[in-house]
Design a protein around this ligand. Structure first.
Ligand code: SAM
Length: 224
């Protein structure tokens, strides 16, 4: 007999794979997440959103949002809070490496990714499972003080102060067993900035965290 049964626990239901049309839509949506990283986020959200909401910092046009939102839907439990000020990160501004002229709002003359995000959520049929929060990560945290989370995905600003602030704001909100997922962990500085990896490694070395795994540049810790 399995240990869970001996202890009188119900086995968790199997998590089905993400529906093919949602996966295709997510991968067609502008973003920086690979298919393998997206599948991982989907599974973690499907498992954890049974217990409490999930939250991402850095929705951009909605690729990670769709993977996480689809996971919340599969869980049948809690939704995803999708936090982004939608002004773009430093490297997405005009003249910078990841500038995309299609994202320049013609009236504002500035980057705005709100419309692509809400369009993606609507096309995916995930309006019941994704709550967009259009503001700065710190302001969102200050104004949602009671929110407890089963999964936090950090993919906002990549400067040291931004990453540190996101960890400070959201990691303490995780319930026991909750997942802390961080994107863009690079071991070679040639591949990208080092702030997310440095912060991830500092956190992993603290008491109360265990590493779950690494897929592509996505690292996952569990709060224990
Ligand atoms: C690298 S993109 C996110 C990519 C996305 N997760 C994907 O699916 O590929 C970073 C996003 O973080 C947002 N961002 C940067 N700093 C932020 C902050 N302090 N608060 C909220 N959003 C922020 C930017 O507007 C941008 O859309």
């Amino acid at each position: 007999m399995k240990l869970g049964a001996l202890l009188g626990r119900q086995p968790l239901p199997e998590i089905p794979s993400i529906p093919a049309y949602l996966r295709e839509l997510a991968l067609r949506t502008k973003g920086f997440l690979s298919a393998a990283e997206g599948d991982r986020l989907y599974h973690l959200a499907a498992e954890s959103a049974r217990r409490a909401p999930c939250l991402e910092v850095g929705s951009f046009c909605g690729r990670s949002t769709l993977f996480l939102g689809a996971g919340c839907q599969a869980s049948g439990g809690h939704p995803l809070f999708a936090v982004d000020h939608h002004r773009g990160s430093v490297e997405q501004q005009p003249g910078q490496e990841y500038f995309d002229p299609e994202l320049l709002d013609p009236v504002l003359g500035q980057i705005s990714t709100v419309s692509p995000l809400t369009r993606a959520i609507r096309q995916a049929g995930l309006e019941d499972w994704v709550i967009p929060v259009v503001t700065d990560s710190t302001r969102a945290s200050r104004n949602l003080p009671a929110l407890r989370l089963s999964l936090v995905f950090i993919d906002g600003g990549h400067a040291t102060e931004d990453v540190d602030e996101d960890f400070r704001a959201w990691a303490p909100r995780l319930i026991s067993g909750g997942y802390l997922c961080v994107h863009d962990l690079y071991f070679d500085p040639q591949d990208g900035g080092q702030a997310p990896r440095e912060r991830f490694e500092k956190t992993r070395a603290e008491r109360g965290w265990e590493q779950v795994g690494l897929v592509g540049s996505l690292g996952v810790l569990r709060r224990c």
